[in-house]
Design a protein around this ligand. Sequence first.
Ligand SMILES: [Zn+2]
Length: 257
Amino acid sequence: MPFKILFTFWFFLLGSAIGSFLNVLIYRLPRKESILFPPSHCPSCNHKLAPKDLFPIFSYIFLKGRCRYCGAKISIRYPLVEILTAIFFALSFWLYGWSFYCLKMLIFFSLLLPIFFIDLEHMLIPDVLSFTGLGLGLFLSLLEGKIYQSILGSIVFGGVLLLIYLGALFILKEEGMGQGDIKLGFLLGSFLGLKLSLLALFLSYILGGIISIFILLFKDKNLKTAIPFGPFLILGSFISLFWGESIISFYLSLFIK
Ligand SMILES: [Zn+2]
């Protein structure tokens, strides 16, 4: 037990460091900047950041959310991504221990968190993340002996989105969603398998619908707000992954006595 607590803490630290790297991806991938070069710098004054400026979570708190060199505000997204990743890593280890499933969850999260924030801000999903993710999803499933489930999930998740996309294009003459969402669907399906993919799709549309209604109600109607769909696909997939089996058995229990 004491070892488990120690390792959980270690996973928290590991997660915060990975989160720090995910922040680099979130900032640089949509700007087509190199991930490795140049070293981290302030986006406002370009001053190179010292290690003491880059310590996950704590640097933001000590600097009170401002750049040490020019005083520009640092986006709250930085500590948020670090703390979310740290908590997710710690929680995954606490729940699943040293297991293949735990590793799979950590990889899944590390792929989807940057996609979530990039799509939210820029309305795009970098292909490099979608394709790397699809490759990893298939590879991990192969190791798990679930490759057919993975391929099927991927084809159905991506395929349903592709059909909806084509339907909107031919019938409504507009792009209902971005092509990036379809590629994201292939990635999500490869991790979820067929059953959880279908549930995730269903949940994504419900979530998307609810949030869209709220935005329409509370925002200036003249302001045309486009909402990216990727974050909903990701939220729906996470709910499906963690609670999908319970949701499905609850739903079935309503009909089968
Ligand atoms: Zn600065």
